[in-house]
Design a protein around this ligand. Structure first.
Ligand code: AVI
Length: 324
């Protein structure tokens, strides 16, 4: 038998993969190189992030949980009976659980996240613990417009919940756009409860993003693992290093992946050149003051409606309302 030489057929791409490919090629083709942080959260990245939240140096999750537990009753006053509670970028719903225990009966709880597998699993775990609660997960990019399920649309009021300081991973103009979009999705009379990390001493910030166990480094490098797997990338992981530092002028922690040598890397058939020491900027984590977040929210049409912080003033939960 003669073996036929076949030219490789292009694999059909999902819309998700082609958006990933387009964003990665655009980011690696830019100067300086960058990659959007939303792509950290594949299944492995989401698991690594869960591990970060348990690290001794990473204070935000513990602080926010403490604030939620200490002030759940007060915060729950923003959530009247029959509300549809929409959680933006829910990941694991452990913070929502605290709120769900404090609020009166809801029309629905709608966790929205880009990682469909994770929220479907969370919904399965949540249902037996909250019998009678409609848990209606939506897989969507929270930076884009998305449709709410019917029971949430039909509810007399909608309250958004955006914990985790995820707002800090947006550029300020993107955060303003997110707040405006959330207002459109939630509608008149809505409330929005946002967790935001506060400006604090630089040593605390630098330690939180450079943990001794190296989990944040693995989280950062996992972006290259994902590009290798999903886009046929040829990144050699031991030739890139995790860098994280607080940029005082811009009130943000920056994460980068630095190339340890001059090299060429292939991604989706394209060749990318790296100089020794050149970095890919992978994340900004903006730190806010109460005033700076509230100014941003006002500019997006929201009125301040409450602030709760921890004793050390490391983290804040801030509430906003839209006029009727
Ligand atoms: C999800 N986000 C709020 C985290 C943060 O702190 O900016 C992501 C993270 N990056 C490194 N460690 C944690």
């Amino acid at each position: 038998m003669v073996a036929l030489a076949r030219s490789p057929r292009p694999q059909p791409q999902s819309a998700e993969t082609s958006a990933f490919e387009a964003d990665v090629l655009a980011g690696l083709g830019a100067t300086p190189k960058r990659l959007p942080p939303k792509y950290f959260y594949d299944v492995i990245g989401s698991q690594l992030f869960e591990r970060i939240t348990e690290l001794p140096e990473y204070y935000p999750t513990r602080c926010e949980m403490r604030i939620l537990r200490d002030h759940a009753r007060d915060i729950a006053k923003l959530v009247p009976q029959g509300t549809a509670l929409i959680e933006f970028g829910s990941g694991s719903s452990k913070k929502a659980r605290i709120l769900l225990r404090a609020v009166p009966p809801l029309a629905a709880y709608v966790p929205v996240d880009i990682c469909g597998e994770m929220i479907e699993q969370e919904a399965l775990d949540l249902r037996p613990d909250f019998p009678g609660l409609k848990v209606l997960p939506v897989t969507a990019d929270i930076t884009q417009n998305f449709a709410l399920p019917e029971p949430a649309k039909a509810a007399p009021v909608r309250v958004g919940f955006f914990p985790g300081s995820t707002i800090g991973n947006f550029e300020p103009h993107e955060a303003a756009a997110f707040l405006r979009n959330a207002g459109r999705i939630l509608g008149a009379g809505a409330a929005l409860i946002v967790g935001a990390d506060l400006i604090k001493p630089v040593e605390v910030l630098n330690a939180a993003y450079n943990d001794k166990a190296g989990v944040t480094a693995r989280f950062n490098l996992n972006l290259l693992v994902r590009i290798n797997r999903e886009l046929g990338g040829t990144f050699k992981l031991d030739t890139f290093e995790h860098h994280a530092f607080y940029n005082r002028e811009r009130h943000r922690v920056e994460m980068h992946l630095a190339s340890l040598k001059r090299q060429k890397v292939k991604v989706a058939g394209e060749t990318i050149d790296f100089r020794a020491g050149e970095t890919i900027h992978t994340e900004n984590s903006y730190k806010y003051s109460i005033e700076s977040l509230s100014a941003l929210a006002r500019g997006a049409g929201w009125q301040p409606a409450g602030v709760w912080i921890d004793e050390r003033e490391y983290f804040s939960i801030q509430a906003f309302k839209l006029p009727q």
